[in-house]
Write a protein that binds this ligand. Structure first.
Ligand code: R5P
Length: 282
């Protein structure tokens, strides 16, 4: 049985379809004081897979409740799929006094599950924070699917850490050069991008990252590219968070199209991570 969190309904439905499994009739309620109540009526199974991206603090609490509802109903084997794990980028105390939020979230989620699966975490090392067995899968190879025909393409990542994703998308597309920018983060919403050496003039460029959050990284990358006369600039990512005015930033910078997966459900979620998740669950 696949149990969808409210944040991952499309992905859970696709997963149920790929695995030919049942989709649980989850109910989400909110009390007048703002507290949540996520219920799974009529549970009659020994094994369940709950699927919920923790895109917000509420989503995190809801996932804890779904896990608990399953245990309360006597489900013996619970797998927790966290397509996008929130708080994962705070994977260390960057200055004294800060928490390791990824560890705090992982420990809480471990208590209600027998196994954890996530998709393209920012750092694989966060898997170590779970007390339950945890693994990741990649959906990056599907990011090439919505791309149009490309002219002499270059696949760039905004920093060296994401160049593997750019290579994955290039390989899935079939041809093209890869490179990365040098990125310096000035604050939560300000980044500085130094151009790569690749000549992009007259070529189609695809910028690949794990997540577009505020859009600062991608819009800065697009601005740098636009000064170097590319043909078209596409941006693609696994997790299209696209918070606040991210879309406006990208549009003002001159992006031609934005693509992502359904680990975070947005209009830009053009491909599903379900096949990758299903592959690990079979
Ligand atoms: C950071 O290293 C990540 O890979 C992303 O580049 C970053 O989190 C994107 O954030 P934003 O859209 O806020 O610049």
């Amino acid at each position: 049985m696949i149990v969808p969190g409210s944040t991952s309904q499309a992905l859970a439905a696709e997963l149920a379809s790929v695995l030919d499994d049942r989709l649980a009739p989850v109910e989400y309620e909110r009390f007048p004081d703002g507290e949540l109540l996520a219920s799974v009526p009529g549970i009659e199974t020994d094994r369940a897979t709950v699927v919920a991206s923790t895109v917000s603090s509420d989503a995190h609490v809801e996932l804890l409740q779904l896990q608990d509802a399953l245990r309360e109903a006597g489900v013996e084997e619970i797998t927790t799929v966290i397509p996008y794990m929130g708080y994962a980028r705070q994977d260390r105390a960057f200055v004294p006094g800060q928490p390791i939020s990824a560890r705090a979230a992982a420990r809480a989620l471990s208590a209600g599950t027998d196994r954890v699966l996530t998709v393209d975490p920012h750092e694989e090392a966060i898997l170590e924070f779970f007390d339950a067995p945890a693994e990741s899968v990649t959906a990056a190879d599907r990011l090439a699917e919505p791309l149009p025909d490309l002219t002499d393409p270059v696949f760039l990542s905004p920093d060296s850490g994401a160049v593997g994703l750019a290579e994955t998308v290039r390989d899935a597309h079939g041809a093209g050069e890869t490179d990365y920018f040098e990125k310096t983060r000035r604050s939560g919403s300000e980044v500085e991008i130094a151009p790569s050496d690749v000549d992009v003039a007259g070529r189609d460029v695809v910028v690949v990252d794990d997540i577009i959050a505020t859009g600062s990284t991608m819009s800065e990358a697009i601005t740098v590219l636009r000064n170097r006369a590319p043909e078209r600039v596409f941006v693609t990512c696994v997790h299209p968070m696209l918070a606040d005015n991210a879309r406006t930033k990208l549009a003002r910078a001159g992006v031609d199209a934005v693509y992502g997966t359904d680990t975070i459900e947005r209009v830009e979620s053009r491909v599903s991570a379900a096949p990758a998740v299903a592959g690990a669950l079979r």
